[in-house]
Write a protein that binds this ligand. Structure first.
Ligand code: EPU
Length: 349
């Protein structure tokens, strides 16, 4: 069997959780990392602009994908080394994120529990450094294995060189250069559970768990997520459409004086604060708003949805107007979180 399949002018509707129609100039499905060298040697392929697609859960096709869309399928997982207090594991890029999480919890490994039920593949996790409920994947990633298109070879990038930030990494900043093929994690057997994010302790109490283990925390977070966030299997969406904006501490304090209900979170830097984008959007009356089949979820103001047959360009247009409105009301520039294909985001203002 060939190491990959390559299709011309292929449909992408079934490959993005917004479920919008779009086409790829070329679509490659690669079975294992080893097939990449062979694919890149096909005449004309290496020169194409590249888009790597996992489960398509963090992407908006506002138009067609002009070059090569590539999906990598391998989903093996293995323990690489037992260090006593922690264990190194390696998972291939094509594995669903939540399957990895359940595998680790099943072996008594901690760390990833707060990231339960995040849609998407393991290979996508380091790209935007997925995060939820006070944890980011990058904290537990030891190294990322990726095909480097500049050098035309597989490389291993240590965590310190991955430039992880809030929904950010080297692989996101240099999109088009890297094809993540596997992720190595270093997971502790015991660690202090992070239960301080709003709602987590309450959920554990409702489950009557007094002494939570990591698997209980994952279960509690799964329950919160399924209540708060619309399920992409039921209604097209890509999770949070906007990042929570990071502004100077002074700007956050000034906004809070005029809007005392605005939730403000630490940003990791003393000089800056993170604001709740959902609150800013809801304050403008957008929550539950619908224009044709494009809309804002009635469950969570940060999630844009496709009620049926919306085009990606309609969803993007709605997002632009939301960002303009938030900017006009609060002077804060929202930025999209998913990758946008086929159009350029216009910063508001
Ligand atoms: N809020 C509103 N209106 C809403 C929803 C929320 O005003 O419709 C306010 C509430 O006051 C709430 C606050 O916003 O206390 C924070 O809401 P939430 O806990 O849902 O978190 P978030 O900041 O909106 C972020 C991530 C989510 C992640 C949650 C939980 C980003 C862009 N989003 O959302 O990640 O699940 O925290 O950690 O950082 C994703 O990236 O796709 C995603 C869903």
């Amino acid at each position: 069997m060939s190491a990959f399949s390559l299709l011309d002018d292929a449909p992408l509707e079934g490959r993005n959780t917004f479920r919008v129609a779009a086409r790829a100039n070329l679509l490659a499905d690669v079975r294992e990392a080893e097939g990449l060298a062979e694919l890149m040697a096909v005449p004309g392929v290496a020169q194409q602009p590249l888009l790597v697609l996992g489960e398509g859960s963090n992407i908006l096709f506002a138009g067609d994908a002009p070059g090569l869309v590539l999906s990598i399928a391998g989903s093996r997982i293995e323990q690489v080394e037992d260090l006593g207090e922690a264990v190194r594991i390696e998972a291939q890029a094509g594995m669903p994120w939540n399957d990895l999480l359940l595998w680790t919890l099943g072996r008594g490994l901690a760390g990833l529990e707060n990231l339960a039920r995040i849609p998407g593949s393991v290979g996508a996790a380091p790209i935007q450094n997925i995060g939820a409920y006070g944890t980011e994947a990058g904290e537990f990633i030891a190294a990322v294995q990726a095909w480097d298109r500049e050098q035309g070879r597989l490389r291993r990038i240590e965590r310190a060189d991955c430039s992880f930030g809030y929904r950010d990494s080297l692989f996101k900043r240099e999109a088009g250069r890297w094809i993540v093929t596997a992720v190595e994690f270093l997971l502790p057997r015991r660690h202090a559970l992070r239960l301080d994010y709003a709602g987590v302790r309450e959920e554990l109490a409702a489950m009557r768990i007094e002494h939570p283990r990591p698997s209980h925390v994952a279960e509690a977070i799964g329950r919160i997520r399924s209540r708060k966030l619309p399920d992409p299997l039921m209604i097209g969406n890509a999770g949070s459409f906007f990042k929570n904006p990071v502004v100077s501490r002074e700007a956050a304090e000034s906004l809070q004086r005029s809007h005392p209900a605005l939730p403000v979170f630490p940003s990791g830097s003393e000089a800056e604060r993170k604001l709740s984008a959902a609150w800013l959007i809801e304050a403008g009356g957008w929550k539950g708003h619908r224009e044709g089949d494009a809309g804002v979820s009635a469950q969570h103001a940060l999630v844009l949805v496709n009620h049926g047959r919306a085009r990606g360009a309609q969803i993007l247009d709605l997002a632009q107007r939301i960002a303009q409105d938030v900017h006009a009301r609060f002077g804060v520039a929202l930025e999209p979180e998913p990758t946008i294909v086929g159009a350029r985001w216009q910063p508001p203002g």
